[in-house]
Write a protein of this length. Structure first.
Length: 157
C-alpha cells in the first residue's frame, strides 16, 4: 500500500482548494473538494486560528484520513478572551473565567502530557503565566497553588 502524507496549516473552518492544499493534493488523485469539506468540518471550532492538518492518502485506493492538530494553547487562550497578544513583562493583559480555563484544557487535553483534567488545567495555567493572563482576577501562579491545594477539585472531575 502506497501512502503519501500532506502536512498543511489552514485557517480553521476556511480551508480551500487553493494553495497550500490544492497543489499538494492534486497529484495524489484524491477529490480535493471532499478533503477540503472534511477539513473544514473538523476545524470549524478553531475559526480564526491557524490549525495544523495532516492528510494521509492511500495512493492505491485514493482514500484519505485527516488528522487535526490543535492550535497552540496560547492561541486558544487569546481567542477565548479576544486578546490580540499577550505580555512578556509580567503585567496582566487579560482575564479568563474558570470555565474558559477548563474549556481550553479540554480542547488541548489530547496534546498535553496531563493524565487528568486537573493536570491539564494546571498546564494551561502555566501558559497563562507566560502570556500575562489572570483567571477571574487571580494571578496564574496563585491560582496554580489554589488548584494544588484542592480548592477546585469539585470543578475538575
Amino acid at each position: 500500500m502506497a501512502e503519501q502524507t500532506v502536512d498543511v496549516l489552514v485557517d480553521g473552518g476556511k480551508a480551500s482548494g487553493g494553495p497550500p492544499l490544492g497543489p499538494a493534493l492534486g497529484p495524489t488523485g484524491v477529490n480535493v473538494g471532499d478533503v477540503v469539506n472534511r477539513i473544514n468540518e473538523k476545524t470549524k471550532d478553531f475559526e480564526g486560528m491557524k490549525v495544523p492538518v495532516k492528510v494521509v492518502i492511500n495512493l492505491d485506493t485514493k482514500t484519505f484520513d485527516i488528522e487535526i492538530g490543535t492550535p497552540p494553547t496560547s492561541a486558544l487562550i487569546k481567542k477565548e478572551i479576544g486578546l490580540e497578544k499577550g505580555t512578556q513583562d509580567g503585567s496582566i493583559a487579560g482575564d479568563l473565567t474558570f470555565e474558559q480555563l477548563v474549556k481550553v484544557a479540554n480542547m488541548k487535553k489530547d496534546a498535553l502530557l496531563a493524565n487528568d483534567l486537573k493536570s491539564a488545567v494546571k498546564e494551561v495555567v502555566g501558559t497563562c503565566v507566560s502570556i500575562g493572563v489572570s483567571i477571574e482576577g487571580v494571578k496564574p501562579k496563585d491560582l496554580f497553588a489554589e488548584i494544588e491545594s484542592g480548592k477546585y477539585d469539585d470543578k475538575l472531575v
